[in-house]
Design a protein. Structure first.
Length: 95
């Protein structure tokens, strides 16, 4: 099967979200969000519905915004990469 992946810049999340994602990579047992580190960013699922209530409470808003955008484009995954594309429809952070 072939799945769609949104490939975008890490500029679409804040430094605080970067730290959150690193914590999730280091402690996968405490989160329903599965994060894969790529060395130049991360890959996360774009499925908001797959997250449990506790994760929704601590999920950074900027990450949720991108996940909802990716879902609206029928993507199952998001690849955040330092060299990824900047999408005008999404907010960016300079960090």
């Amino acid at each position: 099967m072939i799945y769609k992946m949104l490939d975008i810049s890490t500029a679409h999340y804040s430094k605080k979200t970067d730290e959150f994602l690193k914590d999730v990579v280091d402690d996968v047992q405490d989160f329903s969000l599965h994060v894969i580190s790529t060395g130049t960013g991360v890959i996360v699922p774009a499925t908001v519905d797959a997250l449990d209530e506790n994760d929704l409470d601590v999920m950074p808003e900027c990450l949720m915004t991108v996940m909802e955008y990716a879902e609206s484009k029928d993507c199952l995954y998001i690849r955040f990469d330092r060299d990824g594309e900047i999408i005008d429809d999404l907010p960016t952070w300079d960090w």
